[in-house]
Structures are given as C-alpha cells and as structure tokens.
Design a protein. Sequence first.
Length: 351
Amino acid sequence: MTHLWIRAESRPNEERTGITPAGITALRDKGVRVTVEDSPTRILPIDDFASAGATIVPEGSWPEAPRDAIIFGLKELPEADTPLVHRHIMFGHAYKGQSAGARLLKRFAAGGGALYDLEYLVDENGRRVAAFGYWAGYAGAAVSLLAWAAQADGKTCPPVHTWNDANMLQDDLRAALDIAPCGSAIVIGALGRVGSGARDLCAQMDVPVTCWDMAETAHGGPFPEILDHGVFLNCILATEGVPVFVPRDSVDSPRALRVIGDIACDPDSPFNPIPIYDAATSWAAPVTRVCEAPPLDVMAIDNLPSLLPRESSLDFAEQLLPHLLTLDAIDTGVWGRAHETYLKHKPEERT
C-alpha cells in the first residue's frame, strides 16, 4: 500500500499546505494510506484532516516514518547533515547551483533516499504540472508596489505579513498607493503563470503595465527600456541562457526605475538575471537598497505565495492532486521524470 506522509512545515512564516482534506479523502478512496503531522501554523485545521481519515502524528516526526513512506512537504527541511532515507516530495532548490543544494543532495545520496522536486514535476512536454506561480506573481507585485509607495514617502518598505485573503491585500495596497500612485511597471515573463499574477495585481491597482515575454527579450540585451519604468517585475526563472536584465553598471545610469521585484528570486544562482544584489530579502525587511541617489530597492522574498496562504494552498493542491493519485506508479509519468532529474544531479557515490 502506498503511504503518503504529510510533514509540517518548519520554515518561519509558512502556513501553506500542498494538500487539502478533500485531497485526503480522494487518496484514501484510491487505497493510499495518509499520515498528517500536526502543525500550529498550517492554514487548514488539523481536525479537518482527521475527519477526512488521515492518521495524525506529532509535528516533525517524519524522520521516524516507515522507510517506505513518501514524505511530502513544500519548503526546505530543517538544517542538518543526517542521511535522508525516505523519498521526499518538496521544493528542493538543489539543481541550479544554490548554496544549500549540494548539501541536501549529499544527504539523499548518503541515506539512499530520493528527491522528487516539485519544481521539476513535468508532463511529457516539459511543462510543470503544479505551481504556486500565479500567487507568487500576485503577491510579489503587491509587495513591490508597497515598496514603491513607501519609497515615494521617503521610507523603505515596512515588514509584511500574511493576508487572510486577496481582498484584504488589495485594500491595504490601495491605501498605500492613494498616497503615492505608481506611474508604470514592466513585467518580463508576462505570459507565464507568475507574470499573469503580477499583471492581474497591477491591473487591479490601475498601474499601467508593459508586458514583455520571450519575443521582446530574444535579442539578449541590453534592455534600456527597463530603466524607463518605475517598477520592474521579473517573472523569469534563472536558468542557463537567460539574459541579464539589469546589469551592475545600470544602477548608476539615468533611470526612472525605483523598485525591482525579483519575483523569480534566485540571487545565488550563477544565472541570476539581476546581478545587482546577492541575497534574498525577508518578510521583516522586504527590500534591500542597492542605490541611494536616486534610490533603487530590490524586493526578493523567496516565499511570496505564503503571504496569501489560503488562496495559494487551495490552487496548488487542486493542480497537484491528480498526480498524487498516481503515486502507486511512482516510477512512471511525472514522478518517473522527476526521479530521472534527481539521478542526473545526484552526487557520485564513492567507493
């Protein structure tokens, strides 16, 4: 029997879940055994998971799960060097040169486990089957506009927090922009999931948007047009071949640009298209100022969908559930492809 173990998220400010109680019911109807760790922060109450038939266990107990259990979470595991013996479904952030990635992969290699990275869960055409992209774009655009409004008022962006729903976020943002309206924004990657979320948020806030995608960036740069907009929202993942959008020397050029929202947020990747900063920002300090005169702030929060945990959880869980229902055939389909990707990046075993 397939056994899916839903771990509690250990990262601060993480209230999302990748599965709903309705998903638990569907899995159990398929014959899957489901265990859910208790969590004081998960956006959906544990009693609903129990009512759906899941076995409830203490938070953080996944290391003692049966060896054949498949551990499912969203964000990073707690920092450690202990070998990982289970198969894990999560966002591993381990395949693009990220600083913690090599350490994670060594843990899997040492323990004999495997990573099924949600970022690389793709169909036969290479398209991701489940993503938080829309709500990352939506929330990232919102925080970037909050940063614009704060900067226009002579301040830096204040700490951010979860919003109960998108309507509450919109109310807060309208109040800020009433004081300092944003004249223009440019979205690169406008046709993708992330870009569509960013565009929708800007439209709701009546911010004029220039939409760029592959056609507009195919020449490889430079892109001086970016500097003509007040806000630049980057929705392109950092991968090999992506051009540099804002080079280091552009910071000192004449520019209208005041805020960069690096929604894709891969500052420690060698393919970072915005190499004017080198570390993610946080909820407590949403921007880093890379120039004072005129000011230029970079928003690079790497868990943006967590700001809207309810909408993002329900959306992602609906996308992922059809594939969780195929875990009894984990060596095939999207899971088989994810495992092949892991094997390509797995450290060589030493003899």
